[in-house]
Design a protein around this ligand. Structure first.
Ligand code: FMN
Length: 180
């Protein structure tokens, strides 16, 4: 009887989590890659849609890596990290940074990454890049809320931003194109 109740609770939790993912996944977002060098000088990072502008003065942004992601420690400890807003032709980059372990390192080695002015690694050809100094970190359930102060910014206005919604990537359309 107890076992059945536990099983029911587990099923209920699973259903709630699936509905949470579907519900939140209905909100279209851009896609970022957040990167830093770890203590061994290796590029560490992850694909993240949980990104937001926060403050203009001082210039702050936030990003939310899951505590159990492998890159969390490096991102949390780095003096500088970069947030790169992906272009519609950067699915390779989005997939690479959504991998884990050796597969991720191999995929990262194939990418066009440079060292930014702050010393943090930066993705070439992103729509926009922010190099951030670590500012504050807060707890947000199973995700950390990392706040960075933007030290350097760069925009490639000719690039089209990638959009993520309902588990799929697409490209941002102008209202004219969307109505056509
Ligand atoms: C489009 C997209 C958005 C994502 N957004 C986030 C996010 O905001 N925060 C997060 O912790 N993981 C997010 N992920 C999942 C991580 O990128 C993924 O778990 C990655 O493998 C973590 O790598 P790591 O364990 O090496 O740090 C996202 C993945 C995709 C494909």
């Amino acid at each position: 009887m107890t076992t059945q109740t536990e099983q029911q609770q587990a099923e209920q939790q699973e259903a709630t989590q699936a509905l949470y993912k579907r519900t939140l996944g209905s909100f279209p977002s851009g896609v970022t890659v957040v990167m830093a060098y770890d203590s061994d000088g290796k590029i560490s990072g992850l694909t993240a849609s949980a990104f937001s502008a926060l403050s203009m003065n001082p210039p702050l942004v936030l990003v939310c890596p899951q505590y159990n992601s492998e890159s969390y420690q490096a991102l949390s400890q780095a003096e500088y990290f970069s947030i790169n807003i992906l272009a519609d032709n950067q699915a390779t980059e989005a997939f690479a940074f959504a991998k884990k372990g050796d597969a991720k390192q191999q995929a990262i080695n194939e990418l066009d990454i440079r060292q930014g002015l702050s010393g943090a690694p930066v993705l070439n050809n992103a729509v926009a890049t922010m190099e951030c100094a670590r500012w504050h970190e807060y707890e947000g359930g199973d995700h950390a809320i990392l706040i960075g102060r933007i030290e350097h910014m760069h925009c490639n206005d000719e690039q089209t931003p990638m959009v993520y919604c309902r588990g799929s990537f697409s490209a941002l359309h102008t209202p004219e194109e969307a109505l056509a």
